[in-house]
Design a protein around this ligand. Structure first.
Ligand SMILES: Nc1ncnc2c1ncn2[C@@H]1O[C@H](COP(=O)(O)OP(=O)(O)OP(=O)(O)O)[C@@H](O)[C@H]1O
Ligand SMILES: [Mg+2]
Length: 406
C-alpha cells in the first residue's frame, strides 16, 4: 500500500494535483482512494461532479468517481462526533468542573488542529482496512497542517510511556482524573485506549518510507517556495520521506519573447528565475514543472491532461527519491551541526548569512543572484551560528549553544 500526501501553501494547486495523480493511478488500474478534508468540499469542484462526492455523505464514506477511483471528502466534525465525542465531552466536563464556562470548555477541549487530526485518523482507518492500494491525501492549506502529521508520533510516544508507567489501562484520562477528582467513565477509557492505538498505527504508517511519501506543491513565487521548503525541512527531521516537488502555474515560456507585451515578458522572466531557484531550493528532489493552463484547471478531462504533464509515462505511486537531505548532528556539550545538501560547489561565488530562523544563501549566476533559503529548526533559535563549510555538495552549518541555551 502507498500513501501519497500533497502539501503546500494555500491555492498552489494541491487539490487539482492530488486529483490528477489519483486519475492516473486509477487508469493504471490501482484501486485508488483520494481523501480531502478541505471544508470547501473542493473534490466536487475539481472533478466537477455536481456534489456527488458529498451528496448523501452522512457517514464519511467514499464515493466512486469512476472504476478504480473513489473519493472521500471527510467532514472532520462528523468524524469527531461519531467517534470521539465521548473523549471531547469528558475533557469539556473536566474543564467546566474547574469553573470554566461550558461553551468555553468545549472550545478548549477541541484543541487547535484537532479536526485535522481526526481526518488523519480516518486515513489510519482506511489504511488499516486495506480496501485500497494507493491513498492520495490532499492536505488543507495551512503552514501548520503538516504538524499534525508529526503529532501522532509525539502522542504515541507519550502514551507509550504513560501506559508503561501506569499500567495497561492508563493514559491522559487517568492523569486528568488525578487533577480533577472526577471519575472517568469506563467508556471513555476504552475510547482513549483505541485512540492511542490508532495514533500509534498512524505514526507507524507515516514514518514508513516504503508506504508514505510527501510531495510538495509550490508556484513560481518566493512565498510558496519558502513555505514548501520549510515543510521539506520539517518532514526530513521527522523522518518522513519527500520524493517530489511540483512547481505549478508557470506562465508558458514560449510567449516570453513577445516584445510588445512587457507585462507578460516581465512575469515570465521573474517566474523563470523562480523555477531555477526552486530547483536549487528543493535539491536533490526531482522537480516537475506544470504550466498555467489557459483556463481554470477542473474536470476529469483536464485533470487527466494535467496528470500526463506531471507524470508522463511514470507511475505516480513510484518513489521518485529516497534520502535525507537535512540532518542534525548534536555535538555535545556546546555544538550542533546541520548538514544540508545544496546544488553548488565551493568554487561558486556565494554569500551566506543568517536571518532569524533562516540561513540565506545568495549564489551568483549569469542572470543575477539565486536565493537559497535554509529554514532552521527551532532548537537553533538561541544558538549562535559560528561557521559554514561547503564540501561535496553539502553545506555544514555549525552552531554554538549560548549561555541561555539548554
Ligand atoms: N496549472 C493550473 N492552471 C490553471 N489553473 C490552475 C492550475 N493549478 C491550479 N489551478 C486552479 O487554481 C485554483 C486553486 O487550485 P487548488 O484548489 O487545487 O489549490 P489548493 O492548493 O488545493 O488550494 P487550498 O489551499 O485552498 O486547498 C483552482 O481554481 C484550480 O483550478
Ligand atoms: Mg485544496
Amino acid at each position: 500500500m502507498r500513501l501519497l500526501i500533497y502539501t503546500g501553501k494555500g491555492g498552489t494547486g494541491k487539490t487539482v494535483i492530488s486529483c490528477s495523480t489519483a486519475i492516473k493511478l486509477a487508469e493504471k488500474k490501482y484501486n485508488t482512494l483520494i481523501i480531502s478534508s478541505d471544508p470547501a468540499h473542493s473534490l466536487n469542484d475539481a472533478f466537477q461532479l455536481h456534489n456527488a462526492v458529498t451528496r448523501n455523505n452522512n457517514d464519511n464514506h467514499a464515493v466512486e468517481v469512476f472504476p478504480c477511483l473513489q473519493a472521500l471528502q471527510i467532514d472532520p466534525t462528523l468524524e469527531m462526533n461519531t467517534k470521539y465525542r465521548e473523549i471531547i465531552s469528558y475533557m469539556a466536563s473536566m474543564f467546566s468542573s474547574k469553573g470554566i464556562d461550558e461553551i468555553l470548555a468545549y472550545e478548549i477541549a477541541m484543541m487547535p488542529g484537532m479536526t485535522q487530526l481526526f481526518s488523519l485518523l480516518k486515513v489510519e482507518e482506511v489504511m488499516r482496512l486495506r480496501s485500497h492500494e494507493v491513498v492520495v491525501l490532499d492536505m488543507p492549506a495551512s503552514g501548520e497542517a503538516l504538524r499534525y502529521l508529526y503529532f501522532p508520533k509525539l502522542v504515541s510516544k507519550i502514551s507509550n510511556r504513560v501506559t508503561s508507567l501506569l499500567g495497561a489501562f492508563s493514559g491522559f484520562a487517568e492523569i486528568f482524573q488525578a487533577f480533577s477528582g472526577i471519575s472517568i467513565p469506563t467508556k471513555v477509557l476504552r475510547y482513549e485506549k483505541d485512540l492511542f492505538k490508532s495514533l500509534n498505527q498512524l505514526s507507524d504508517i507515516i514514518k514508513d518510507n516504503s508506504i508514505t511519501t510527501l510531495r510538495l506543491v509550490a508556484n513560481p513565487d518566493s512565498f510558496s517556495i519558502e513555505n514548501a521548503k520549510r515543510a521539506f525541512m520539517a518532514a526530513s527531521l521527522y523522518g518522513i520521506n519527500t520524493d517530489l516537488a511540483i512547481i505549478n502555474k508557470i506562465l508558458p515560456y514560449k510567449y516570453a519573447e513577445v516584445k510588445s507585451n512587457e507585462f507578460y515578458t516581465n512575469w515570465t522572466k521573474f517566474q523563470h528565475n523562480k523555477v531555477r531557484e526552486a530547483k536549487s531550493n528543493f535539491y536533490p528532489l526531482p522537480i516537475r514543472e506544470v504550466p498555467l493552463h489557459s483556463t481554470e484547471l477542473a474536470g476529469i478531462e483536464m485533470l487527466r491532461v494535467n496528470a500526463d504533464i506531471i507524470f508522463g509515462e511514470d507511475d505516480p505511486s513510484k518513489i521518485f527519491y529516497t534520502g535525507k537531505p537535512y540532518s542534525i548532528i548534536d555535538q555535545p556539550p556546546k555544538n550542533l551541526r546541520i548538514s544540508v545538501k545544496v546544488p553548488y560547489t565551493e568554487k561558486q561565488d556565494f554569500d551566506i548569512k543568517r536571518l532569524g530562523s533562516e540561513v540565506i544563501i545568495k549564489v551568483k549566476s549569469p542572470t543575477g543572484y539565486l536565493v537559497n533559503v535554509i529554514p532552521l529548526p527551532t532548537i537553533t533559535f538561541d544558538m549562535k551560528m559560528i561557521s559554514t563549510r561547503l564540501h561535496n555538495n553539502t553545506l555544514n552549518i555549525l552552531f554554538e549553544r549560548t549561555a541561555y541555551s539548554h
